[in-house]
Design a protein around this ligand. Sequence first.
Ligand code: 9MG
Length: 279
Amino acid sequence: MLKNLHCKELSLNIETPQVMGILNVTPDSFSDGGNFSQIDAALKQVDQMISYGAAIIDIGGESTRPGAKDVTEQDELDRVIPILKAIKERFNVVVSVDTSKAAVMSEAINCGAGMINDVRALQNEGCLQAVAQHQNVAICLMHMQGLPRTMQHDPQYDNLIVDISTFFQQRISDCKKAGIDASRLILDPGFGFGKSLEQNYRLLAHMAKFKSLDLPILAGLSRKSMIGKLLNREVDERLAGSLATAIIAVQQGAKIIRVHDVKETVDALKILQAIEKNK
Ligand code: 9MG
């Protein structure tokens, strides 16, 4: 497997697990095109995440929570692009843009995004073509069954791991046909995206099976309802559960962990690395 992932002018060493910090761009935060005080607050959060050890900052203008409403292309551009430009002007960090819209992908890449994080795995119209034109940008292909509005209504699989692997193989093949080199791809099994509580934990237990696809794996578990439901914890009480799942995900082979709590996750992963080094 690759040791370095090219993200535009920056390169990510994924021999050791890297942390992707989630920047909270709530629906209203940047809806006015990004006024100064809102951008300033976001930049402070970015500065902090980088100082704690985040290698990637993930920003997105569409909520993908179960039941979330659709967002227009213009709204997404207005939310994401001003903050993306402001980050790239000030920080030497990989910025990932979480979007499923071809126009947002193209604009984000032109404005400095080094990674596209698509929960719909480039299946929307024009997305394969949009990213194929930029050979040095990394792409995260996430698995989702159904769509955010309805995906948690009784998800069904013949065989969870085999079905997700088959989906990945199909998307990798479609990417190659569109001229996207496999060395640019990251795979994400999509915790919470069309999976029941039991399916999410089965996925976490068997994630190492995706290693056979020979591409880096990204896992996003931070504060998710699979933690809240199991522990009976509200969103702001899920740190311990999030750290436990981050550690297990890395033990199962994940190379990038997408989190809200960068400082605590980096610390937890350092403990794991010390164990690995001293085995
Ligand atoms: C945007 N987003 C929300 N959850 C996510 C997850 O688990 N993975 C990725 N790649 N993106 C996510």
